[in-house]
Design a protein around this ligand. Structure first.
Ligand code: FE2
Length: 719
């Protein structure tokens, strides 16, 4: 029924759209008319599946499916099956189906598409199924999805919680692979590819590009980030909020063309390592590159490799390079011109987009080389004008200086929690604007795709001139188990109705201060620092000190970025992602009054003195010499000031030698508690105020395992 790889596409049938129609746009998922919504999803699905299968017609024979185009990626047979298996996997997760279609196919095609680095490829042998077998499997998946689209219960809108999200996700996923597979076809040996009418490149006029000039982008504010009820499909990293004030900068009017880039190549750009980053030099050494990857040097001159053919170099088309090459070009250009030339940040690209007055693709053909509306290749860089610039969207993707990172309010989608999070490693830079083959979500302003900096897509660049350095936003997530548990303990949720412990202690401390002056407070053993911030609601200056620099770092990070990101163990290897800001906790106003230092409570530096309050929370049973601490702490507190000690008195030899315990043993044949020990040690300089009190706390270990502890609080007044 369906074509084999070697057969041409059949003529239009009822499930195939007219080849003249525009490639379906990403649909409005909030359409209240569910019949219309079904029809839109149906068309979107079929349009995508047909186009995807037609792309594989560019492969000349069955061998072309199983020979790897490049060593770092699977052969194309994997991608042929992969987008079908993806549907099955995601439909299982949202329970639209409850059975797999084909265990063998679905084990082969499930995962393994993003190389980990260019030198750790697992070259395991795969026993690939035949092209005909995979086509038959694709047909079964197509029938399954169509049956769901036609008959499964549907409630509008299709949002994150709606099981139909899996269907739309599967379609958008296939559109991503439409593009990445087209790159692999472009990287395949010519003997494995063939021209197909539906994938013909645009003709090259043989013309030269105009000289590239700069045009000023006025200063302005950029707002990005999708609301969770946005009616268009989005990948998780697009959601949340992000606002940035962008200074005025100059942006090249044109993407860098093959002609403009040639000057860098001819100046010895690939031999002179001066202009390359360290990562760029490593890549040069590995790849032995001497020119852009799709350039072909022949005796009769430069040629350009397209998907299925080589053509004499179209000098006016945009050059296609990876980030490392684009960056080296910018550094070279900066040295040549003495100007601060660099790639734009993601925010600057948005500023450019807004300044150019663009909008998402609609029902008309795009006024850009985008969404397969005009042909299956690049075109001259001065074809599509957008305000003062050209190709702000479309033609080829544009590398940015910005490694991808989550917006405020980021959350992962539960059925695809590894789409984005593995790229929050500072090594995947964002590309913007889309290329001639970017469709659906890829072609809208909100899209955020990031690739390894040495990776090739249909991607090039535009340079900017700006005196403002490109700063990389923090994408770091604390993943260490203990650090993450403490981040949650201090800044996360409450469990079982137990109030936040550091916050409760700080409140008790502030109450106990009464009319005493509240100038300076010391949070000793501050750990992640929550009580330090909480005390600063009432004190003029609060210092947090902890033995562990790793803990201190969480407080420092909050001071520097206002934000803390961490993963929480759920079960086994599964985690959830959390972020907390000082603003969320109403602590933003405390910023100027808080500082953190690493220090040893048993051997404090002399400058830590003159405090109205010292808080020692869950500290004394972790000290190697608690008696020494208790006997010296009065030196740090002003007369009339307070010392708060909270501790569960869990003595452990690993922290405190048995001989140094304050209590918790028999003394003169009688029980001697830690409270007894505290009284004896503190008596010369302190008076116990009121009765000891239990303050509970809960530390979350996993979704289903918690530690519930009682810490005994005593309040002491310095005599
Ligand atoms: Fe994939």
């Amino acid at each position: 029924m369906k074509p084999s790889s070697a057969a041409p596409l059949p003529p239009s049938s009822d499930t195939r759209i007219s080849p003249d129609a525009l490639f379906a746009r990403t649909p409005d998922l909030a359409d209240p008319d569910t019949n219309r919504l079904r029809a839109a999803v149906r068309r979107y699905f079929l349009d995508t599946a047909d186009r995807y299968e037609s792309l594989f017609q560019c492969l000349a024979n069955d061998e072309a499916y199983v020979v790897k185009p490049i060593s770092l990626r699977h052969p194309l047979i994997f991608y042929f099956g992969h987008t079908a298996t993806f549907f099955v996997n995601k439909l299982m997760l949202t329970r639209l189906i409850d059975q797999r279609l084909d265990h063998r196919m679905e084990s082969i095609f499930a995962v393994g598409v993003d190389e980990m680095s260019w030198d750790d490829l697992d070259d395991a042998h795969y026993d690939w199924p035949s092209v005909a077998e995979v086509q038959a499997y694709r047909d079964r998946v197509r029938a399954l999805v169509l049956d769901l689209i036609d008959h499964a219960p549907l409630q509008s809108p299709i949002n994150w919680q709606n099981p139909w999200w899996a269907i739309v996700m599967g379609i958008e996923h296939e559109r991503i692979h439409l593009e990445t597979s087209s790159v692999l076809i472009r990287q395949h040996a010519l003997k494995y590819v063939r021209a197909v009418p539906g994938w013909a490149p645009l003709p090259d006029s043989g013309g030269e590009p105009p000289a590239n000039e700069l045009a000023r982008v006025p200063a302005g504010t950029v707002q990005v980030g999708k609301a969770f009820d946005d009616p268009q499909y989005g990948w998780d990293n697009e959601y949340g909020t992000h606002t940035a004030r962008i200074e005025s900068f100059e942006a090249a009017r044109l993407l860098v063309s093959n002609r403009e880039y040639l000057a860098f190549v001819e100046a010895g750009g690939y031999r002179n390592h001066r202009d390359w980053t360290e990562e760029g030099r490593q890549w040069l050494a590995y790849s032995q590159a001497e020119h852009p990857t799709f350039w072909v040097k022949k005796t009769q001159g430069w040629y350009l490799r397209l998907m299925t053919e080589e053509i004499p170099m179209p000098w006016s088309w945009p050059v296609e390079v990876n980030y490392l090459e684009a960056k080296a070009f910018c550094n070279w250009k900066a040295a040549e011109t003495g100007q601060p030339v660099r790639l734009p940040t993601e925010d600057e690209w948005y500023r450019l987009y807004d300044a150019a007055g663009l909008s998402d693709p609609g029902d008309e053909p795009c006024a850009a080389n985008l969404h397969l509306d005009h042909g299956a290749s690049s075109c001259p860089v001065d074809t599509w004008r957008h305000g003062e610039w050209y190709d702000v969207v479309g033609n080829v993707w544009q590398w940015t200086e910005t490694p991808t990172y989550p917006f405020d309010g980021f959350d992962v989608h539960p059925i695809y929690d590894d789409f984005t999070t593995p790229t929050f490693d500072g090594r995947h830079n964002l590309i913007k604007g889309g290329s001639w083959i970017s469709c659906g979500n890829e072609a809208v302003r909100a899209s955020r795709y990031a690739f390894r900096r040495h990776f090739f897509q249909h991607a090039g660049f535009r340079y900017v001139v700006s005196h403002v350095p490109a700063e990389a936003p923090a994408a770091y997530y604390e993943t260490d188990k203990l650090m993450s548990e403490y981040a949650e303990f201090h800044y996360g949720d409450s469990y079982f109705g137990v109030p936040n412990f550091p916050q409760a202690l700080a409140q008790r401390a502030i109450e106990a201060m009464g009319d005493r002056p509240r100038r300076r407070a010391l949070d000793l053993g501050c750990a992640s620092g929550r009580a330090t911030f909480e005390l600063a609601r009432a004190f003029e200056q609060v210092t947090g000190v902890d033995f562990s620099a790793r803990f201190i770092n969480q407080g420092v990070q909050l001071i520097q970025t206002g934000q803390l990101r961490y993963t929480l163990a759920d079960e086994g290897e599964l985690v959830s992602y959390k972020a907390r800001t000082l603003a969320d906790l109403g602590l933003h106003d405390t910023l100027g009054r808080v500082e953190f230092f690493q220090g040893d409570a048993c051997n404090l530096k002399p400058q830590y003195t003159g405090y109205d309050l010292v808080l020692a929370a869950n500290l004394i049973d972790r000290l190697y010499d608690p008696a020494r601490f208790l006997e010296q702490i009065h030196e740090r507190i002003v007369p009339g000031g307070l010392l708060l000690i909270a501790s569960p008195y869990t003595w452990l030899e690993e922290h405190t030698p048995r001989a140094s315990w304050l209590g918790g043993f028999k003394k003169d044949a009688e029980n001697y508690t830690t409270l007894d020990g505290l009284k004896d040690r503190l008596a010369p300089h302190f008076r116990l105020l009121g009765e000891p009190a239990d303050v509970p706390f809960v530390i979350r270990e996993t979704r289903r395992k918690f530690q519930h502890t009682l810490s005994e609080l005593t309040i002491w007044e310095r005599l």
